[in-house]
Design a protein. Structure first.
Length: 218
């Protein structure tokens, strides 16, 4: 399901907004988590289990990481799964959004280990941080500390809804225009300038780094 599809605009988004606005504040994160799971399952139900297991595993790992070796092991598992699916499987069995939610959870683990943030106690809040459907499939990668307060408390009224819809429409117009004009040319230029790190090596490290750099541009 993509944001410009009929299914999203006429069915998923209106139903989700009605339910989300109707429930009390304490249930909004639960609705957002379940709605995000429905959104992901519509795209590819096969990998919903992988997303759920990865989210639960990283939630628990963050609460027990106290040594460098533990952090390295946790990151190795996350990056290993990404490499297995995206590069050694040739992309034929690629779970939706695996690059974004893997790197996002990895950044969360690093921040917890460094003491920059405390491990989230509520699983639903952490799951919303990982699964939030507006950025689950296409990013961008978000630091946990940037949205921590909003995960716990946020204002939800008609004015916020109106502003959000305006930003959604504007964002879709800018994304489609910018991607058509610049995105494909940037990827072509990167592939020609840095096609491989060494003779015979796959070009995915360069593609991955360029993707992350482009998402980091404000």
């Amino acid at each position: 399901m993509v944001f410009s599809s009929i299914e999203f605009l006429l069915y998923f988004l209106p139903i989700f907004i009605l339910i989300y606005m109707a429930v009390p504040q304490k249930l909004k994160n639960a609705v957002l988590m379940l709605g995000s799971m429905v959104f992901y399952a519509y795209g590819d139900l096969r990998w919903l289990g992988l997303l759920a297991v990865s989210t639960a595993a990283n939630y628990m790992l963050a609460r027990v990481i106290n040594r460098r070796s533990g952090l390295i092991a946790a990151l190795a598992v996350n990056i290993g799964i990404l490499i297995l699916f995206k590069y050694y499987q040739g992309g034929t069995l690629l779970p939706l959004g695996i690059s974004f939610y893997t790197f996002q959870m990895a950044s969360y683990l690093i921040d917890v280990y460094r003491g920059e943030i405390e491990a989230e106690e509520k699983f639903i809040d952490f799951a919303v941080y990982v699964m939030m459907f507006p950025k689950l499939v296409m990013g961008p990668i978000t630091s946990y500390q940037d949205i921590r307060r909003q995960l716990r408390r946020r204002r939800c009224d008609a004015e916020c809804l109106q502003d959000g819809l305006k930003l959604f429409i504007l964002g879709r117009c800018c994304w489609r225009t910018g991607w058509r004009c610049c995105g494909r040319r940037c990827r072509l230029l990167a592939s020609r300038a840095f096609p491989r790190l060494w003779p015979g090596s796959p070009p995915w490290p360069t593609h991955c780094s360029c993707t992350l750099t482009l998402w980091d541009i404000p």
